[in-house]
Design a protein around this ligand. Structure first.
Ligand code: ZN
Length: 585
């Protein structure tokens, strides 16, 4: 995808979209006073504690604490990425998402159309092709499955697609850009996919972005994928994800397999939660997608050497994303079997049982390392610790890493206290025994939190702050953030709470801001002005008092400089400004 989405567009989008409508399309909402309520879609409950506020354009669940903006809701509920959620919301509002690069850089729209037309073309050809249908029947597939996955057939001809969809030069250029036609050396184009069963690869919104093709008869290559295009990056896409999410509302576990036939074959047996990487090793981007949807993943690999090596690479990619509450496991299939063949011969229940018994990541890691050393010797066990070190260090500190270190300690016959420094020697030994780092606390002071919560609820308050110059100088947790928010919102008082949160989405304290936005503050705008002015005023007082204490202490020992004396006089003035008065208009 090209270009960043301009912030001004996000501001406009949040102003235009109505969160009640966005959520209401997916969750039945009931009006209750100023707000809307529902049973929470993110946790199980009988009485509604999920609320949606029109004024804040923000949702909040008092049960599980889930909260966010309309964009945040789409990300959480529909498992979209940020850009996808923005596109979806924009589409609902009838807006086109602009990009900061020039508009001529955006051929994507045309590519989607070309790919959609091609998907229909291949589907139609499948209907006409007896050999292709016979092949699919032979693999045990039904018409229902073929329709669900939009399977198709690319005819055994050099120019079938080109003749049907590429009648003009611009059309042919677009098909080539979509990866469907290949330019000939001497000019002209021919079909990339010939005599293949076609598997459309769809994005989260169901749009076809590429194809995979399996040769019908003998021939090489057996599997052929679309090349990388502006729409298709194989290191990021997972085949079958769109279909899995359509079939299963709450995906508890995702199964990652190696081929499209495996995904389709498993779905044929009612196992709808499988996805496939597209001829690449599992990447960190794949895992990021997966963990947006579920905390439990099982990787399926062949039991042979190649399969084990591929599993080891997947483990390497996964280490930075393992943590408490996430389960990553590995299932090694008997030699000569793939998930498709195994589910056919053994049945869905037996296959599911194997999934339940798959090897946890930590076991796989230790077993694999132990294969390469002599575990009977002291040297061998020391070597194992050595081998484990770079791997352990890629795991974020936390409970998961602690448990792995304990298991390793067990294996090499050392105490955790002895082993841990060896594994994580660049950090202090005690560090990794603490739970995973939480977000740095935004501010411990209730005053700062209250001021920020008020500002989030009523962004127009940014213009009511007392002495922003002095606030900016206060060096105390949370105050620089408060000052930055005031600066950002001084000219943007008409934003909603959600509008502010979206402006601050990439900020390190975004999660903390969202939490504060969920808090209830005074409902009366005039009272809010007074409370906010007093809160900022009190911050200035407190800081003046602190500084005064410093200076008086210093004055007891030495003579103060002229600047310090002047500062002291200024501080007296600040402290004489009564708060109550400051709050009155
Ligand atoms: Zn909830």
């Amino acid at each position: 995808m090209s270009g960043r989405i301009p912030q001004s567009f996000i501001d406009e989008l949040i102003a235009r979209a109505d969160i009640v409508e966005v959520i209401g399309r997916r969750v039945p909402l009931k009006k209750a006073g100023r707000e809307h309520k529902a049973c929470c879609p993110f946790h199980d409950e009988k009485t509604p504690s999920f609320t949606v506020s029109t004024q804040k354009q923000f949702y909040h669940c008092f049960g599980c604490g889930a909260h966010g903006t309309a964009i945040g809701f789409l990300m959480a509920y529909d498992h979209m990425g940020f850009v996808e959620a923005v596109e979806e919301l924009a589409a609902q509002c009838g807006l086109e998402v602009p990009r900061e690069q020039g508009p001529d850089e955006r051929p994507e729209a045309g590519l989607y159309d070309a790919l959609e037309a091609a998907a229909r073309f291949y589907q139609d050809r499948l209907r006409d092709s007896e050999p292709a249908k016979a092949y699919l029947r032979g693999r045990g597939l039904t018409g229902e499955i073929a329709a669900r996955f939009r399977l198709g057939y690319a005819p055994d001809a050099w120019e079938a697609l080109r003749e049907c969809l590429g009648r003009t030069e611009p059309e042919r250029r677009r098909l080539a850009a979509a990866g469907l036609l290949v330019p000939r050396d001497g000019g002209g184009h021919y079909d990339r996919f010939r005599d293949r069963v076609m598997f459309p690869i769809r994005d989260v919104r169901g749009r076809t972005i590429a194809f995979g093709g399996r040769i019908l008869g003998e021939g090489e290559p057996k599997y052929l994928n679309s090349p990388e295009t502006p729409l298709f990056h194989k290191g990021r896409e997972l085949y079958g994800l769109y279909e899995a999410r359509k079939a299963v509302r709450n995906i508890r576990r995702l199964i990652v397999v190696e081929g499209y036939m495996d995904v389709v074959g498993l779905a044929r047996h009612g196992i709808d939660n499988a996805v496939a990487t597209l001829g690449t090793a599992t990447t960190a981007e794949h895992l990021e997608r997966i963990f947006r949807i579920t905390d439990e993943v099982v990787f399926c690999f062949d039991g042979d050497r190649a399969g084990r090596d591929a599993a080891w690479r997947a483990l390497g990619a996964a280490l930075p994303s393992v943590r408490e509450g996430r389960q990553l496991r590995f299932l090694f299939l008997p030699e000569g079997e793939d998930p498709d063949s195994l589910v056919h011969t053994a049945g869905a229940d037996a296959f599911t049982r194997r999934l339940d018994e798959a090897v946890p990541l930590s076991d796989f890691l230790i077993r694999r390392l132990a294969e390469d050393v002599d575990m009977q010797s002291v040297d061998g066990r020391a070597r194992l610790a050595e081998l484990a070190r770079p791997l352990v260090r890629r795991i974020p500190p936390g409970v998961y890493r602690e448990l792995l270190v304990e298991a390793l300690a067990d294996t090499v016959g050392l105490t955790v206290e002895r082993l841990e420094p060896l594994l994580t020697s660049d950090s202090r030994p005690s560090e990794s025994r603490r739970p995973a780092p939480r977000l740095a606390p935004l501010a411990r002071s209730n005053l700062v939190r209250k001021a920020i919560a008020l500002l989030l609820r009523y962004p127009f308050l940014a213009r009511e702050a007392r002495d922003i110059e002095a606030l900016r100088r206060i060096d105390r947790p949370g105050v620089p953030l408060l000052a930055a928010l005031i600066d950002d919102l001084a000219e943007r008082g008409t934003l909603t709470t959600a509008g502010v949160l979206e402006r601050w989405r990439d900020h390190e304290h975004h999660a903390a801001l969202e939490k504060l936005a969920a808090e209830n503050v005074v409902e009366d705008e005039e009272v809010a002005v007074t409370v906010f002015r007093n809160a900022t005023g009190r911050l200035l007082h407190q800081d003046a008092e602190r500084r005064m204490g410093e200076l008086s202490q210093k004055a007891a020992g030495t003579e103060l400089s002229d600047t310090e004396k002047a500062e002291l006089r200024g501080l007296h003035t600040v402290l004489r400004t009564p708060l109550e008065q400051a709050g009155q208009p």
